[in-house]
Design a protein around this ligand. Structure first.
Ligand code: NOJ
Length: 546
């Protein structure tokens, strides 16, 4: 792969493109703070993203999901929004957002903005007004304020716990408590209040009018709370996230909000979409967010959390496909994001983690539906596990819940021999980049046909060109123990692409009738068979299915 091919813009006239683009789109997540820094302050920004659009278009993705870039005190790095209709000066200006959207479109890339409707920042004008107003006032009715329990109200109104640790309630000097499912700087909105619905409809319109192609909906499972705010009756609720229906998550009433938003999205031209960040206990409950009159996609965290073993992985894939199909939605696939340990590390780290991540890329991109790529996974970046204490800033860690998410948010290494590796013009980046990443920069990988970047580039090219990939069905084939083998067929059955992945611990022999297209690692071909080593995947153009 040469620099020219990697950087060649993907052709694309978005307006004229086919419908239902989102059913098989590859959507690249840009964690804005850590992608590219244009002004040398050590923090990524919108002009930085704009300057790297040729890279993203050349990589061959269809859309970018940008994490929140709105005005924010950054208590949760932008997931605490103080003004939903403006850009934080750290990230640029509204004009920069407009230019980025226009330029992305010119490169054939759609833009998905991140909307945060479960909570605002405590510096949002509404919350300031609520603090200044008395209990029972309309200002407080936009949030969830309650009196406490116990004789003097000194106990929180219920036993709900914050996802970031500690109680989900904070008491004010006047004695009332307010709910925050995340940090105290992120008060939960009251979605039983029509004013909240009207405000968010207006915010969505603001960005749709500016040209965004859709939204990633933060905490899409959280806006509706069970009537009466009942106790959970259980401590360590964080362990129940995504495995149980809690009185504050995945309540049925939340779907009414998504229906309202779908109607709004559908009133715009160009198929504007929404993807739910929803942690639901079962694939069925997750699929409910993507019923035909609700959102278009939901992140498949069951896939992300599946362990590295073939039967379990197959079960998750089958369940995801079955439940998505039942509601007519595309399945989605995701391996990493800004909230979880990077998958190179989750899959074992080092050489093994990298080998598995390469194989997982081929598995993921061969599955039916839409895929997400988290920035840096195309470079094979591992989690940074030894960030010096003084740099760790994630509120989740500071409140004591888990190891923190700084290690997956380290800025991207672009080029050069020393940190910050072309991330920005300044001498430093907001989180330090390991010196060992000199071998993982975009520049270092660009011309190396064996690099992770070359693998993603090639896999995405084949995915775009091969008629059997993307939306559609999957048929399982029988493979040796420890493997998953399946075939994808184009609508007319004329072209087929087969994928085999060996998740076991010994080399297996797989029959390949057709021509190998792409392998995640070295393998031996022996006539019609390949010897597929552990942690390796292969795509082949299948002539006939045995
Ligand atoms: C999910 C986001 O991905 C995460 O980064 C954030 O901390 C929480 N929602 C709260 O907004």
């Amino acid at each position: 792969m040469t620099q020219d091919t990697l950087l060649a813009p993907a052709a694309g006239d978005l307006a004229a493109e086919d419908t239902r683009w989102w059913r098989d789109a590859v959507i690249y997540q840009v964690y804005v703070r850590s992608f590219a820094d244009s002004d040398g302050d050590g923090v990524g920004d919108l002009p930085g993203i704009r300057s790297r659009l040729p890279y993203l278009a050349g990589l061959g993705v269809d859309a970018l999901w940008l994490t929140p870039f709105y005005v924010s005190p950054m208590a949760d790095f932008g997931y605490d929004v103080a003004d939903y209709r403006d850009v934080d000066p750290l990230f640029g200006t509204l004009a920069d957002a407009r230019d980025l959207i226009a330029d992305a479109h010119a490169h054939g890339l759609r833009i998905i903005a991140d909307i945060v409707p479960n909570h605002t920042s405590d510096r949002h004008a509404w919350f300031r007004a609520a603090l200044a107003a008395p209990p029972g006032s309309p200002e407080r009715a936009r949030y969830i304020f309650r009196d406490g329990r116990g004789p003097d109200g000194a106990q929180p109104p219920n036993d709900w716990e914050s996802v970031f640790g500690g109680p989900a309630w904070t008491r004010l000097p006047d004695g009332q408590w307010y709910l925050h499912l995340f940090a105290p700087e992120q008060p939960d909105l009251n979605w039983e209040n029509p004013e909240v619905h009207a405000e968010f409809a207006d915010v969505l319109k603001f960005w749709l009018d500016l040209g965004v192609d859709g939204f990633r909906v933060d905490v899409a499972h959280g806006m509706a709370k069970a009537p009466g705010l009942p106790d959970v009756g259980h401590a360590d609720q964080v362990e129940m996230l995504g495995t149980a229906v809690l009185p504050y998550f995945d309540q049925d009433a939340v779907h009414g909000i998504h229906r309202e938003w779908r109607r709004l999205l559908d009133s715009y031209d160009g198929e504007r979409i929404a993807v739910a960040e929803a942690w639901a206990p079962t694939p069925e409950r997750l699929a409910a967010y993507t019923r035909p009159d609700e959102l278009h996609q939901a992140f498949n965290f069951h896939y992300l959390t599946a362990p590295w073993e073939a039967p379990g992985m197959r079960e998750v894939i089958e369940e995801s496909l079955r439940t998505a199909e039942a509601v007519g939605a595309p399945a989605t696939w995701v391996l990493s994001n800004h909230d979880v340990k990077r998958h190179v590390t989750r899959y074992g780290g080092g050489e093994r983690g990298l080998r598995r991540a390469r194989a997982a890329a081929l598995l993921t991109l061969a599955l039916p539906g839409s895929s997400y790529v988290y920035q840096g996974e195309e470079l094979g970046l591992p989690e940074v596990l030894d960030l010096p204490e003084e740099f760790q800033q994630d509120p989740q860690r500071l409140r004591g819940e888990g190891a923190g998410r700084d290690g997956c948010r380290v800025p991207l290494p672009w080029e050069g021999e020393e940190p910050p590796f072309g991330f920005g013009a300044g001498a430093a980046s907001w989180l330090p980049i390991p010196t060992a990443w000199r071998d993982l920069t975009v520049a270092a990988q660009r011309d190396d046909p064996g690099s992770m970047l070359a693998l993603y580039h090639e896999a995405l090219r084949i995915r775009r060109e091969h008629p059997a990939l993307g939306d559609g069905d999957l048929r399982w084939l029988t493979g040796p123990p420890g493997t998953l083998v399946f075939v994808r067929e184009a609508g007319d059955g004329d072209r087929r692409l087969a994928c085999a992945i060996n998740m076991g611990d010994r080399t297996v022999r797989v029959r390949v009738h057709g021509s190998p297209l792409l392998a995640s690692g070295p393998l031996d071909v022996d006539g019609e068979h390949v010897h597929l080593p552990p942690d390796t995947a292969l795509w082949w153009d299948a002539e006939e299915i045995a």
